[in-house]
Design a protein around this ligand. Structure first.
Ligand SMILES: C[S@@+](CC[C@H](N)C(=O)[O-])C[C@H]1O[C@@H](n2cnc3c(N)ncnc32)[C@H](O)[C@@H]1O
Length: 546
């Protein structure tokens, strides 16, 4: 997927965060959003380290903000390394996404909009540009983010705003009489980066609501969980997140909340091709909800381009009961043409799927033919499929060839001491490598006897990719190549001739797009299929493979 790159506003070339603070301050950050937090005060204390921008530059930034741009957010993106932004999940929302979300939220006529994890205030400012009478509460844990949001609101002249440097999952939100709309792009921070106390607090809250919260849930799930605690019946919300929670175990808490307390109305998945985020490649899902409602159906849509979102009013109604029953929701988005139809069978009815060989150390067991010859061990090597790309680009068959890599595959009964070159190579695997433990002490090698015996596996007649930012691809394996665990192997249950195997591969590849979502989709649009998930794919019942 190509990543769209926003160009830097040329008029503004801050090189340090202190300069950005200075600009925020000069734009009026102190005047809007209520009392400053100690963290914001501290940052503003450092501002004097940076020289003021000349009046003309400041005026240009002001004009850019008034014109709908986000020069401060763009600058922060340039200044902060992705690794630093990743720690806070700070990847800002592209304008076309924010626009659709704001349109939907405003169509619900809120009196107040809470921008949850406001960053540079993209949602808050988009709301204010359209409706000046709405009260804004913008929350972010990052004091530079809240200063930028204050500055943007100051430029837009919006004074009905509270900007809070706070943890959205732990703060108290003041109650109001009217309707609150929650909007945001909750931070994607993996559970490894959350503290045990954060997890325990969330688990306790989930329990109060009658749910189990997995310890593997990331911060975006915590944002979802905090929302019914901040909200009242009739409030509304619209969040965009990575789509992972649709399918994985930890996502159950988000699915439960949307089916119950949060009152999910619609889900809009942005296919990986839509590139919803500038510098975090991911499949995104936007959820619209009306707190406390329980619609009979939830609208689901999958769009390939953010411009097709149509203000989030579209989608195919799926009965709520179907969502309650399903543990993976992305399948409901792309229903197979064959599901429930006559004339189709599961792949498992004619073939079993097994993982490829696990070597325990590909860099030791896989090599080029030339290297095997140089080492004098080619007798114990056999050609192998060692990279998923070989299957993805095979166009129907993976073939042997001079550039094919080989797998060290020594049978158990070989007396290594009788073959000096083989023994010398295996000895390399028994020595520490550049300060790392020897290959033979790796987890897999330690648990097999002898450690260098990769194992026996009949070469699969058909191979499949199972982990890529695309659906699995299938290919024949006429040269009986070994397969390592970058792919799965398909083994027909009964003998099938070459012609039928060929037809089977064609049928599976022709339906590739419909297989999407039948596995699990992870952050970054990565789709992974376990063997059982491949076995569940549907194929025509009347093919020559019967
Ligand atoms: C994905 S960014 C979204 C920013 C902005 N709303 C946008 O869409 O452009 C997530 C934001 O959440 C903030 N954040 C991370 N943890 C937070 C927390 N516990 N409470 C509040 N904000 C948090 C980050 O600093 C970051 O600005």
């Amino acid at each position: 997927m190509a990543v769209q790159k926003h160009s830097l506003p040329s008029f503004f070339d801050a090189t340090t965060e202190a300069q950005l603070v200075r600009v925020a301050s000069d734009l009026g950050a102190r005047e809007v959003g209520g009392p400053l937090s100690p963290g914001e005060e501290e940052l503003l204390g450092q501002e004097l380290e940076a020289p003021p921008l000349i009046g003309e530059s400041l005026a240009t930034i002001r004009r850019a903000i008034l014109g709908g741009a986000d020069p401060l957010g763009e600058m922060l993106r340039e200044l902060r390394a992705p690794t630093v932004r990743r720690a806070l999940g700070a990847f800002y929302t592209p304008p076309e996404l924010a626009h659709s979300m704001v349109e939907w939220v405003l169509s619900q006529r809120p009196d107040r909009v809470v921008d949850a994890g406001c960053g540079s205030g993209r949602f808050a400012s988009a709301v204010v540009r359209k409706r000046r009478d709405v009260e804004i509460v913008a929350v972010d844990i990052d004091p530079l983010a809240t200063l930028m949001t204050r500055a943007v609101l100051a430029v837009l002249g919006h004074e009905r705003a509270s900007v809070l440097q706070a943890d959205y999952t732990a703060m108290d939100l003041p109650r109001i009489e009217g309707r609150t709309a929650f909007i945001g792009n909750p931070p994607y921070v993996r559970h490894h980066s959350l503290s045990p106390s954060q997890k325990l607090r969330a688990q306790g809250r989930a329990q109060q609501l009658g749910y189990r919260m997995s310890a593997l849930a990331g911060l975006h799930a915590h944002f979802y969980l905090a929302t019914p605690l901040h909200a009242r019946h009739g409030d509304v919300g619209c969040f965009v997140t990575s789509s992972e929670w649709l399918d994985v175990g930890y996502g159950a808490i988000v699915r439960d909340l949307l089916l119950n307390e949060l009152g999910g109305q619609s889900l809009h998945v942005l296919e990986p091709t839509a590139v919803p985020f500038v510098d975090a490649m991911t499949t995104a899902v936007i959820a619209c909800f009306v707190v406390g409602s329980q619609p009979e159906s939830v609208r689901l849509s999958a769009v390939a381009d953010a411009r097709a979102l149509d203000h989030l009013h579209g989608g195919r109604p799926i009965p709520r009961a179907a969502l309650v029953d399903a543990t993976r929701w992305s399948q409901l988005l792309r229903p197979s043409r064959h599901n429930g139809e006559e004339g189709f069978i599961a792949l498992r009815d004619i073939a079993r799927v097994h993982r490829g060989l696990v070597t325990g150390a590909n860099e030791f067991f896989v090599m080029t033919r030339e290297r095997a010859q140089e080492l004098g061990i080619e007798t114990w090597c056999r050609p192998a499929i060692t990279r998923a790309i070989e299957i993805l680009t095979a166009q129907g068959a993976v073939r042997d060839g001079s550039d094919r890599r080989v797998l060290l595959d020594i049978s158990e009964d070989v007396d290594r001491t009788a073959y000096p070159s083989l023994d010398a190579y295996l000895r390399l695997g028994e020595l520490p490598r550049n300060g790392r433990p020897p290959v033979c002490e790796g987890y897999i090698c330690r648990h097999r006897r002898p450690w260098w015996r990769v194992g026996t596996q009949r070469p699969p007649p058909i191979v499949a990719s199972y982990m890529a930012r695309q659906a699995p691809a299938f290919a024949l394996n006429p040269d009986r190549l070994a397969l390592i665990n970058i792919g799965h192997g398909l083994y027909p249950n009964h003998s099938i001739d070459q012609k039928a195997l060929h037809a089977l591969v064609d049928a599976l590849n022709q339906d590739r797009e419909r297989h999407r979502g039948a596995g699990r989709t992870y952050h970054g649009g990565m789709e992974k299929f376990e063997p059982g998930e491949l076995e569940s794919l549907l194929i025509p019942a009347d093919g020559p493979w019967r």
